[in-house]
Structures are given as C-alpha cells and as structure tokens.
Ligand binder design. Structure first.
Ligand SMILES: [Zn+2]
Length: 177
C-alpha cells in the first residue's frame, strides 16, 4: 500500500482533495458555519466514489477490495498517459450530475446541500488542474452525451474503448489469483 500514497493518484487524493479541500472548507466554515463546511469537505472527498462504482461495474461485481480497486485505477492511469484514444467517464464528474445537483440545491435551498454543491465544484476544479498537469484532461468525458459520441466514433474507427478497462481487470486477476 505504501507505493499508492507516493503515487500521483495518492498525492492527488491526499494533497488535493483532502488537504486543499480541507483548507477551502475552513474558509467555507467562516462564511457558512461548521456543518455546511463539513458537508463541503466530505463531498470533495466522496465525489471520487464513482471511480469505485466503475471498478465494480468493469469487474462485474467479482472484486471489492481496496487494494484491487487502487490497482485497477493505477493500471489505467499508467495506460492513459501514453494513449490518446483512452476514454472514460465518471458519473459524479459529469455535466448531467452537476445540473441535477444544482437543481436540487435551488429547489430545496438547504445550507448543507449548498455545501455539497460547493464541494463538488471545488473537486471538479481540482481535478481539472490535476489532469491538465499530467496532460490527460481530454481523456475523461465531461458528459454522457460527449462520452457516447466519442465512444461511437472510436468504435467506427475500430477501437473498443472498453478494452483498457477489461485489460486492467485481467491484470489485477493475474496479480490476485
Ligand atoms: Zn475526481
């Protein structure tokens, strides 16, 4: 597990989301009070739960453990950097989900929800900075409309956009037989 904390992924989660998100949450607490600030900070961390959902889906619910999950994404991350045909989508990182969350905030107008929305926005901005830094910003579709459009154009070019995910599952099954 030690190597994970030293990896770009570990740095990103701990430094960017937990650390920088925590500092933003303190500023947020000053203006909005402690509970919305806690909601803000927890959201900046929990948005990435969709990466775990993606791992469950591609693993067809055969794999659940944290080390396998981390291995799944580290393999993809290594793959992403050299592969400009790589395409992914994460449900909580889409325009559709952001629109839904904004609508819920406007309709229900609860401070805790506004805290969550601000946390989501902070997470997305932080991810943008992280992905730009590694030159992989374009690899993740920002909406499902974009994802299916790109998925189909890759398919028309003879590229199976799901293949790297299946390869990653095969790789972890060889490491954890
Ligand atoms: Zn993220």
């Amino acid at each position: 597990m030690t190597f994970w904390f030293k990896s770009s992924l570990g740095n990103h989660v701990l430094r960017d989301h937990a650390g920088m998100g925590g500092i933003c949450a303190l500023v947020f607490a000053y203006f909005m009070g402690p509970l919305p600030a806690i909601a803000f900070w927890l959201t900046t961390l929990l948005v990435d739960v969709d990466h775990y959902l993606q791992f469950l889906v591609y693993g067809r619910l055969r794999h659940w453990s944290l080390p396998k999950f981390l291995n799944f994404h580290l393999y993809l991350f290594e793959n992403v950097r050299g592969n400009d045909k790589f395409l992914t989508v994460h449900v909580f990182h889409t325009v559709e989900f952001f629109t839904f969350a904004t609508a819920a905030c406007v309709l229900l107008d609860a401070p805790l929800l506004w805290g969550c929305l601000a946390g989501l926005l902070t997470h997305l901005v932080t991810d943008f900075w992280h992905l730009k830094r590694y030159g992989i910003y374009g690899r993740r579709a920002n909406s499902y409309i974009e994802y299916f459009r790109r998925f189909n154009s890759l398919k028309n070019a003879g590229i199976d956009a799901d293949a790297p995910f299946r390869d990653s599952i095969k790789n972890l099954e060889s490491l954890y037989p």
